[in-house]
Each structure stands twice: as structure tokens, then as C-alpha cells.
Design a protein around this ligand. Structure first.
Ligand SMILES: [Zn+2]
Ligand SMILES: [Zn+2]
Length: 107
């Protein structure tokens, strides 16, 4: 994993050129890759933008999924709560006895 010598951004593992600014990476120099024509620079620049966009979308989706999961967990936790008629302690719905006072819970 390297960083671009011109723009300083993190480079993909196998990058011969920076996808952000189009400069040739050290790896590219070592591999003897010729300096690209302008349309290649443009293509790499676009690829960088697409990657960034895709990453932002993925990050948002992950965040949304995480929120949904948390909401579901909270919801199912509430649904699974049964209040002990003797001591008022909250127990999980699938238990047979109150974990606080030992009273048998009728489900
Ligand atoms: Zn760069
Ligand atoms: Zn109890």
C-alpha cells in the first residue's frame, strides 16, 4: 500500500498510476509503464471519482443497515421482555423462572 507522490492519496495495491491525479506511482515507474496519454489520465481520474462515489454509497448503506439492525435488536428485546408478577423484574420471554426472585413465569 503506497501513497501518491503528487496528491498524497492512498493508492490501490496494484496501481501503476494514481487514480486521483493520474501521476505514475513508484510501482508504475519500477514496472516501466509508459506515461499515459491524456485520455488515460482522464480515465483514471474518472475511475477515482467513481470509486469514491461507490465508497460513499456503500458507507451510507452500511450505516443504514447498521441502524436498522440496531432498531430490530431493540424491538425484539422489548418484545421478549416479560415482567415478573411478583417482583416486577424484567425477564426474557423465553425463560421459565424469574431471574430475580425465582417465581415461575407463565408465558
Ligand atoms: Zn495522486
Ligand atoms: Zn420476580
Amino acid at each position: 500500500m503506497g501513497f501518491c507522490t503528487r496528491c498524497g492519496r492512498q493508492l490501490p495495491e496494484e496501481a501503476y498510476f494514481c487514480p486521483y491525479c493520474g501521476v505514475r506511482t513508484i510501482k508504475g515507474v519500477e514496472a516501466g509503464v509508459s506515461i499515459p496519454v491524456d485520455e488515460w489520465k482522464e480515465a483514471f481520474h474518472k475511475a477515482g471519482q467513481e470509486m469514491e462515489k461507490a465508497f460513499q454509497i456503500a458507507a451510507k448503506e452500511m450505516e443504514a443497515a447498521f441502524k436498522t439492525t440496531r432498531a430490530n435488536i431493540r424491538e425484539s428485546a422489548n418484545r421478549r421482555t416479560v415482567v415478573c408478577p411478583q417482583c416486577g423484574e424484567k425477564n426474557l420471554k423465553d425463560v421459565s423462572f424469574c431471574h430475580n426472585c425465582g417465581k415461575k413465569l407463565h408465558q
